[in-house]
Design a protein around this ligand. Structure first.
Ligand code: SF4
Length: 491
């Protein structure tokens, strides 16, 4: 690749994860930034990251600057594991960025891959935190390596930081460096970046991953989701627009359309599962959207039953919607063991054989002798659904009817969500009836693509729904497709 002209598309820690790979799409990071003279910005960022914990549980980091010095603390593990009170005390300044990470590129275990990623541009230090995935990382990396640049990590985020460094030196300002970088990188990126003096945020021209701007008195705040603003009492102002860059510094907030916006392509899976139900995306309250998704499945796939239960967490509002629409009572049938999914303590063999029970505990007195409608957000490989159905039958359910509040996942994601290769996606090679048979349910029904879109209050033109439709908004280079895309899905 020639870095003098923008390009086309062509081109383990000790942590135990209780399933070999999680059997659902996994989110790929939360980002947070704050510019607030007079505020304890490290503490604001810490609480912001707490609210964004669901977007990444492998590592967390905070960088703080005071106009002269930039300091970063980052560690593997959950936010409370990553920071001690003494860490926050050392992070003094008036601007900060933070990150919670789930890896989709780069080893999850390497501390070097934890963010914010720090680098130097001459005498200026920058820190960067990224949510999303680039699709032309390999090509960009090769071009930079040809220029003698060495990489410390295996992430696409380091490629972005390196390009910003490269172009900042050419253009003489970080703003110019980011603007030029945005002409080269392709894929999904919602990025917060800081120097010792200013915070920057920029979002890919398709707007695949969310990024919200808020205000707390005179303090500007940026977060992957509005729940990151709510937790510190900041008011939502607006979203960072696709292709927009903002700089927040001593002169206040400055905004520019750094690259032209493309077809809006916000990830629809954020509505179904990733984002927290108390977040608002595209003016849509996600709790209500999930209720509408449940209600839509109730209308399209009615079945007689005694009780409707939801698979925590995202299945619960959908189950409430299903119950309301169908008139069948809602019940709490499953309790989630919330923080056991990723643990640094290795479970014994006998504990590992408990499998799904380590995560979900059925309420036998609710389930026993009942015909159940079980509402879940998605089926990826099918293994967890199969274990869940077996567990519910063991707990006395006489019938188990699975209702899924997304369409069948048939295509892998290349934009920062870990949905496995296409071969591993059960709906890519099996019909709905075959999936039902595999998971052992009495019946199985999915939400349709039109009902999914309608439940968000938006239109198909606003979203990426590629893992259901195969229509990828940002073109995927063949070299990236290979290995992940191998089938012509059924149905
Ligand atoms: S492919 Fe699926 S998971 Fe990935 S961005 Fe598009 S809708 Fe979201």
């Amino acid at each position: 690749m020639d870095l003098n002209s923008p390009v086309s598309v062509e081109q383990s820690s000790q942590e135990w994860i209780l399933e070999e790979r999680p059997d659902r799409p996994e989110e790929a990071c939360g980002v947070f930034a704050v510019y607030g003279p007079g505020e304890d910005v490290a503490r604001l960022t810490y609480f912001g990251l707490h609210a964004l914990q669901h977007r990444g549980q492998e590592s967390a980091g905070i960088a703080v600057a005071d106009g002269h010095t930039l300091t970063v603390v980052k560690s593997l593990g959950l936010v409370p594991q990553a920071f001690k009170e003494s860490d926050l005390a050392t992070l003094q300044g008036h601007l900060a960025i933070g990150h919670t990470r789930y890896s989709t590129t780069g080893s999850s275990s390497a501390w070097e891959n934890a963010q914010p990623m720090v680098s130097s541009i001459g005498s200026t230090t920058i820190a960067l935190a990224h949510n999303g995935n680039l699709v032309n990382t390999v090509e960009l990396r090769d071009a930079l390596k040809d220029r003698g640049i060495r990489f410390r990590s295996t992430t696409d985020s380091e490629v972005i930081a390196t390009l910003v460094d490269h172009f900042t030196q050419q253009h003489g300002s970080i703003r110019g460096g980011i603007r030029e970088t945005m002409k080269y990188v392709r894929g999904a990126y919602s990025v917060v970046l800081m120097s010792e003096e200013a915070v920057y945020a920029f979002r890919d021209p398709y707007g695949v991953r969310p990024l919200s701007l808020g205000k707390l008195n005179d303090t500007w705040v940026i977060a992957s989701e509005t729940c990151g603003l709510d937790i510190i009492g900041a008011e939502y102002v607006r979203d960072i627009a696709p292709g927009e860059m903002v700089k927040i510094g001593p002169e206040g907030l400055e905004s520019e359309q750094a690259v032209p916006a493309e077809k809006p392509s916000l990830c629809i899976f954020e509505f179904i599962y990733f984002a927290r139900p108390d977040s608002v995306l595209n003016d849509c309250n996600l709790y209500e959207a999930r209720m509408r998704m449940g209600a839509a499945v109730a209308r399209s796939s009615a079945v007689e039953a005694d009780i409707v239960i939801g698979v925590p967490d995202s299945g619960v509002p959908a189950a409430v919607g299903y119950a309301k629409e169908s008139g069948i009572p809602f019940g709490e049938g499953l309790v989630k063991n919330r923080y056991v999914g990723r643990t640094f303590i290795s479970p014994s063999q006998s504990l590992r054989q408990q499998g799904i029970r380590l995560k979900l505990n059925p309420l036998r007195h609710v389930i026993n002798g009942k015909r159940l409608i079980v509402v879940d957000d998605s089926i990826v490989r099918g293994n967890t659904s199969r274990k869940l159905v077996a567990l519910l039958r063991e707990s006395g359910a006489t019938e188990v009817h699975m209702r899924i509040t997304s369409p069948p996942v048939k295509w892998p994601c290349f934009y920062g969500i870990d949905t496995d290769t296409q071969e591993q996606l059960i709906a890519a090679s099996k019909s709905v009836e075959e999936v039902r048979e595999f998971i052992g349910a009495d019946s199985l029904a999915y939400l349709s693509v039109p009902d999914m879109i309608e439940s968000t209050g938006g239109t198909a033109a606003e979203y990426c729904a590629a893992c259901f439709t195969g229509e990828y908004p940002v073109e995927i280079p063949d070299s990236v497709k290979r290995g992940k895309l191998s089938l012509e899905p059924v149905g």
